[in-house]
Design a protein around this ligand. Structure first.
Ligand code: GDP
Ligand code: MG
Length: 140
């Protein structure tokens, strides 16, 4: 298995409820290592740029409002198969459909306020990591 890096975001619903440690303990227990991390408040422009691929979706406006509603923690996770492993630990987008034990099943509030973001491919992971981090800010 190849060592990969993926972008993770702990979303405003989770920071509001003081759940960042609880979320990250699940990533670490799965063998993922946090190699870069910062807490920030996304601007509207940043949220729209990050979710550009979803611009035509009916939930785009609401999603950007939610993502700017409070602080987020953006982080780079590294490990074997990190892209898929992160998605596995996160669970399905809709918490009602997420598997038991996943972050979204246990912690998410709704299909929108679903506690975490994770890159969906190695290509997108590289782009999303570069969106938030300089290479010098990633320390393994
Ligand atoms: P993800 O890769 O599992 O995060 O899901 P997507 O890339 O399909 O969607 C991006 C984000 O948009 C999700 O994590 C949710 O926060 C939000 N989202 C997705 N589908 C819906 C929906 O049907 N309604 C609303 N309100 N938000 C959604
Ligand atoms: Mg996605």
């Amino acid at each position: 298995m190849a060592t990969e890096r993926t972008l993770s975001i702990i979303k405003p619903d989770a920071t509001r409820r003081n759940l960042t440690g609880k979320v990250n303990s699940k990533f670490e227990a799965a063998g993922l290592r946090i190699v870069a991390q910062k807490r920030l408040r996304l601007t509207r422009a940043q949220a729209e740029a990050f979710y550009e691929v979803h611009r035509s979706r009916p939930f785009f406006d609401s999603l950007c409002t939610f993502m700017t509603s409070g602080p987020v923690v953006v982080q780079v996770l590294e490990g074997d198969n990190a892209v898929a492993k992160n998605r596995e630990v996160m669970g399905a987008t809709d918490p009602a459909k997420a598997a038991p034990g996943t972050v979204r099943k246990e912690l998410a509030e709704s299909i929108e306020a679903n506690s975490v973001h994770g890159s969906d491919s190695l290509d997108n992971a590289a782009k999303e990591i570069a969106f938030f981090f300089a290479e010098t800010e990633i320390v393994r």
